[in-house]
Design a protein. Structure first.
Length: 120
């Protein structure tokens, strides 16, 4: 009878050990799943911000063209090319900043709609 008591205690111990290990594994899997969802969510929002920045960049470049029509500068030299290069960089930076401002930005609206459409 003493042997069966030890066997029952051992069985209870193993059952508890397996239960704890199973619960820990489930928690770890949930954490991994949540981290993956967060990473996917962040990537989606980043793509939306990039799209909005590109859109604003195109708007600003078209606005700049209207100003260039009235300029008297017909230089095709190195200095003119450098000014154009840096002007393009400034337009890109302004576009990125515009895209990240405000909670009602186009990027935010695209992001929310994409989450609804794709069930994220």
């Amino acid at each position: 009878m003493n042997d069966l008591t030890n066997l029952a205690a051992y069985t209870d111990y193993m059952t508890d050990t397996n239960r704890v290990a199973t619960e820990q594994l489930q928690k770890n899997l949930q954490n991994v799943d949540q981290a993956a969802k967060q990473k996917e969510d962040d990537a989606l929002f980043d793509a939306c911000k990039q799209f909005e920045a590109y859109l604003w960049e195109q708007v600003y470049k078209e606005m700049q063209k209207t100003v260039d029509i009235f300029s008297d500068d017909d230089e095709d030299g190195y200095a003119s090319n450098m000014v154009d290069y840096f002007k393009d960089n400034v337009i890109q930076q302004i576009s990125e900043q515009t895209a990240t401002q405000g909670s009602n930005s186009l990027a935010q609206m695209l992001y929310e709609q994409a989450k609804i459409n794709y069930g994220l």
